[in-house]
Design a protein around this ligand. Structure first.
Ligand SMILES: [Fe+2]
Length: 306
């Protein structure tokens, strides 16, 4: 369950005031207490009932140039501030099943009914509407290898919604929620932890009935490019994939490189030999993922060798 940050009612803050406070070097979103202490800033921003509409109108007048440049999310999100590698601020729209947007798009663009943790911490506040619902869970990340199908000690905490003005701190790799549609169109505002290492930290989707990791949710461009580079011969592209497989600090990237080297091998047996190297890895993640991949290749062998 995210940590509920009890904040007194405060005077409205301008977005610029919040940014100035967060730019203080003492603010460290990787430190739980430092991040929680920023909750009062978000509470003050939520008390400002005008700033978000002003930003939305300004963006529309400017053909959303800034959103196109800075917003990597869908149109569910308005990026409000992104200027440092430490944090960014965004607003999120949470349609209800009665909204035409929901009827047209379904649940998946809004991440409803997808139990997940986060590979970052974030502060959130209910800004408009009754707020999205969540079934909240917690789990202990320590000792988790991160392989789909792995059992984790997922514990249901409660079903709750992000009420207007409620401030919560979602803790990275600990709080899990199965997000459910808001009863009415709602908006939340987040201060998000950011860091260059984030793309390499894994975020999971869970099977909450089986208390299992269902899949790793995050992907990077690196993984896609490794698949291409592994097929390139005659240059140093393949050397690079070999180097990533051996030395990349992220286990997920090391395994991806190994998997692509195997996929690019001239025959199934040569590919399986590459994966055997992975199965003998001292990294439990790479070893387990390699064993899974070996089983997958062997299951499809008849089709692969046609
Ligand atoms: Fe989430």
């Amino acid at each position: 369950m995210p940590r509920i940050i009890d904040c007194p009612e405060t005077a409205p803050l301008e977005l610029g005031d919040v940014i100035a406070a967060l730019n203080d070097p003492a603010f460290d979103p990787a430190d739980e207490d430092s991040f929680a202490a920023a909750g009062v800033l978000l509470k003050g921003l939520a008390a400002n009932r005008q700033f978000l509409a002003d930003i939305a109108v300004a963006e529309l007048k400017d053909r959303c140039v800034r959103q196109t440049r800075e917003n990597k999310y869908s149109s569910q999100v308005i990026m409000l501030h992104r200027a440092s590698e430490k944090y960014f601020i965004r607003a999120n729209f949470w349609p209800s099943p009665r909204d035409s947007l929901f009827k047209a798009s379904g649940t998946s663009p809004f991440f409803y009914h997808v139990p997940h943790d986060h590979n970052f911490s974030f502060l959130t506040v209910g800004y408009l509407g009754p707020g999205y619902w969540s079934d909240y869970y917690e789990y202990d990340r320590e000792g988790v290898v991160g392989v789909p199908g792995e059992k984790v000690n997922l514990r249901f905490v409660e079903k709750a919604k992000l009420d207007l003005g409620k401030v919560m701190l979602y803790r990275a790799h600990r709080d899990v929620h199965d997000q459910l549609p808001a009863d009415e169109m709602s908006i939340s505002i987040n201060i998000m932890e950011a860091s260059p290492r984030q793309p390499f930290l894994d975020q999971y989707r869970f099977d909450v009935k089986r208390c299992e990791i269902a899949e790793i949710l995050n992907r990077t461009a690196t993984e896609a490019l490794l698949a291409i580079a592994a097929t390139q011969t005659g240059g140093n592209a393949r050397d690079l994939v070999e180097s990533f497989a051996a030395h990349h600090p992220s286990e997920r990237i090391r395994f991806a490189a190994l998997r692509e080297l195997a996929a690019a091998a001239p025959g199934v047996d040569e590919g399986l030999a590459v994966l055997d190297r992975g199965a003998a890895s001292p990294s439990p993640f790479i070893a387990a993922m390699s064993v899974r991949e070996i089983a997958r290749v062997q299951a499809g062998r008849g089709w692969l060798e046609r």
